[in-house]
Design a protein around this ligand. Structure first.
Ligand SMILES: C[S@@+](CC[C@H](N)C(=O)[O-])C[C@H]1O[C@@H](n2cnc3c(N)ncnc32)[C@H](O)[C@@H]1O
Length: 231
């Protein structure tokens, strides 16, 4: 007779923890309802083979990911207004080969959006960054130079954590997460895992009068390893 496994249901906002009775290890759910900072902490405990000593945030902006973190993090940003550790372009990083155990990447997500004067969305989510017709009004062209540079500065077995969202623009669904995975594979990184992060509600603009696509209420955290294999 087949024995049934003791499955632990993971309910909304409730990820299993090491304190769950009967858990011999700390499972990580593939859906996340909490904040990025908490998730990153979980990812940093889960994927690196040993405790990461050198962590780079390649798009640090205001450093929200590290608000309550005690981890020493080097942050770069191309925009000096965010006062990063180094003002630098993440497609030409001022670091030696094999320098970091982990790189975190949260690029501008949606190009050519209007300015929302009431919120700090513009700088937080890179909404004011433009993309041209030649680049198909997407940021896809920025992925290959970034992942190539990431491959160079990551140590062997190092981890790339990438937050990315698909979006609808120009009446087309833009498959950013697939474009990113393809670019990373091409650069030699192995895609290892994917966590779906759910936000409280979809972003809706009152000026939209018609809907042809579902409204995004999630993004992805993609996990890559500079290795031939994930495990
Ligand atoms: C979505 S924001 C990152 C938000 C950040 N994770 C946080 O939670 O505070 C994207 C950031 O990437 C930066 N950026 C865009 N292109 C860049 C590049 N080529 N090199 C470095 N930083 C870049 C932007 O200036 C912006 O601050």
């Amino acid at each position: 007779m087949a024995t049934s496994l003791p499955l632990i249901p993971v309910t909304r906002r409730e990820a299993p923890s090491s304190t769950d009775k009967g858990s011999a290890y700390e499972p990580l759910a593939s859906v996340w309802y909490g904040e990025d900072a908490e998730l990153i902490e979980r990812l940093l405990s889960f994927y690196p083979r040993k405790r990461p000593r050198r962590i780079l945030d390649a798009t640090v902006n205001g450093g929200r990911f590290w608000k309550d973190s005690k981890r020493p993090v080097i942050g770069i940003d191309i925009d000096p207004r965010h006062r990063p550790t180094f003002v630098a372009d993440n497609t030409a990083m001022p670091f030696r080969d094999d320098s970091f155990d982990v790189i975190v990447y949260d690029p501008p997500h949606i190009p050519n959006q209007g300015k929302d004067k009431s919120k700090d969305f513009n700088t937080r989510f890179g909404l004011v960054v433009r993309s041209s017709k030649e680049n198909h009004y997407t940021f896809t062209h920025t992925f290959p130079p970034f992942v190539k540079e990431t491959y160079r500065v990551l140590k062997a077995e190092g981890i790339l954590l990438c937050k990315i969202t698909d979006y609808v623009h120009h009446h087309r669904y833009q498959w950013a997460h697939i474009e990113f995975i393809n670019a990373a594979r091409e650069a030699g990184l192995t895609p290892c895992d994917c966590i779906v992060k759910i936000r409280k509600g979809p972003i809706i603009d009152p000026k939209w009068k018609n809907a042809h696509h579902s409204r995004r209420q999630h993004c992805y955290w993609l996990i890559f390893r500079k290795s031939k294999k994930c495990e």
